[in-house]
Design a protein. Structure first.
Length: 400
């Protein structure tokens, strides 16, 4: 018995049948003697559809009006879910973000939660109501509605779990947990029993889209243990928690990211301050640089190669061509980043070479390498990406 926060994503409440399915999961939890707070996202593609409707009328609409519009998506799903729970004969109340006490800053469409005023939530729990809360939204100090950025409902759920010191925070989605690789692409991909916050953050950034990044950061900060599981097939999923509480695994997962462009600046004048000039120009335009490689100088020139998001490649080239004379700048968008993530590699020499061996055996050429304490990434040709993931996965994750 305890307080359980359950979050259901858009696909879990996409239609009437799925809403009834969620109502059953929630009421089963309640029947076992728990207090339950449920956070839901907008049904299916509702948020995308609302954005498309706005764009048809005014693609440059004020972001305040965008938030007025987008908060409507979650308003639909909370009321429908409350009706479903009522139909099953349980006491329930739905609350919008502001009614549930979500105070945010005023950055419309990307707001941050400042605090949750818990009085209303606590009062409803004291009355033994199941409380259904609209995810992804809050209110600012001008009493205007705000949204938390795409995928923000995960963060709403974690924030409630942290504010009310919930005993468990379950994130229900359409996959059964976090896997060692994309199970649709890699035969032997395994569901992980557990993963650390840091590993989850790396996997999320690298393209495994199970949990929203900000929600994992918040869970780590407040020590909220998360469970990721499927609403369609509810069995134990993956627990995301502190490293100290679990066994270190050499490799927790293999990912690929095709949203990469490789920009090369060749025959650059080798003068002090040139790297500073280049990267400050890019950062002034909000272009985020990932991996950077600089060659040794020769004959007064050198090469600098770096990666950015694919969409930023052409802009980066344009900015640098305006600024640098006499060198060649090329952008290659046919590349991918393949990475391994695992907290155990810190203390295991030879992890990198094992990864490179797998690539070599598959005859895949590595263009760039970057490492951190819990991650090794390589940049390779995009067409080799799937083969690379499988080969590396096979090397590290034993076949059953
Ligand atoms: N409905 C919002 C979105 O689609 C929030 C969420 O799904 O978490 O981004
Ligand atoms: Mg959604």
């Amino acid at each position: 018995m305890g307080l359980i926060v359950q979050k259901f994503g858009g696909s879990s409440v996409a239609n009437a049948e799925r809403v009834m399915n969620v109502a059953r999961i929630v009421t089963d939890t309640y029947k076992q003697g728990n207090d339950v707070i449920v956070v839901v996202s907008a049904q299916g593609d509702t948020t995308d559809d609302l954005i498309a409707k706005a764009n048809e009328i005014n693609p440059n609409a004020h972001k305040r009006e965008m938030d007025q519009l987008l908060t409507a998506g979650e308003q639909i799903s909370i009321s429908l879910l409350a009706m479903a729970i009522e139909k099953l004969g349980f006491p329930v109340i739905s609350l919008l973000g502001w009614q549930a006490g979500f105070n945010t800053n005023s950055i419309y469409t990307q707001a941050r939660i400042k605090n949750i005023k818990p009085n209303r939530l606590q009062a409803e729990i004291a009355k033994h109501n199941i409380v259904v809360v609209a995810g992804f939204q809050g209110i600012n100090r001008y009493d205007d509605l705000t949204t938390l950025g795409r995928g923000g409902s995960d963060t709403s759920a974690v924030a409630i779990a942290a504010a009310l010191k919930a005993d468990r925070c379950q994130i229900f989605t359409d996959v059964e947990g976090v896997y060692t690789a994309d199970p649709r692409k890699v035969d032997n991909a395994k569901k992980l029993k557990e993963i650390t916050y840091d590993e989850m953050l790396e996997l999320a950034t690298l393209g495994a889209q199970v949990l929203n990044n900000r929600s994992v950061e918040m869970a780590k900060k407040y020590g909220v243990e998360l469970e990721v599981l499927s609403s369609l097939n509810p069995k134990p999923g993956t627990i995301v928690k502190e490293a100290a509480k679990m066994e270190k695994m050499l490799i927790r997962g293999v990912t690929k990211d095709k949203d990469v462009a490789l920009v090369s600046i060749l025959n650059l004048q080798d003068t002090p301050g040139i790297a500073f000039k280049i990267f400050s120009r890019l950062s002034a335009k909000n272009i985020n640089v990932d991996i950077i490689l600089q060659s040794f100088g020769r004959d007064g020139t050198k090469d600098i190669v770096f990666t950015v998001n694919k969409e930023n490649g052409p802009l980066a080239v344009e900015l640098l061509e305006d600024m640098l004379d006499g060198c060649r700048i090329v952008c290659n968008t046919e590349v991918a980043k393949v990475s391994i993530v695992g907290a155990g590699m810190e203390s295991h020499p030879g992890t990198a070479s094992k990864m490179f061996e797998a690539l070599y055996e598959s005859n895949i050429n590595i263009q760039m390498i970057s490492t951190s304490e819990i991650k090794i990434s390589v940049i390779i040709d995009a067409e080799d990406a799937d083969r690379a993931v499988s080969a590396v996965h096979r090397k590290f994750i034993p076949e059953d």
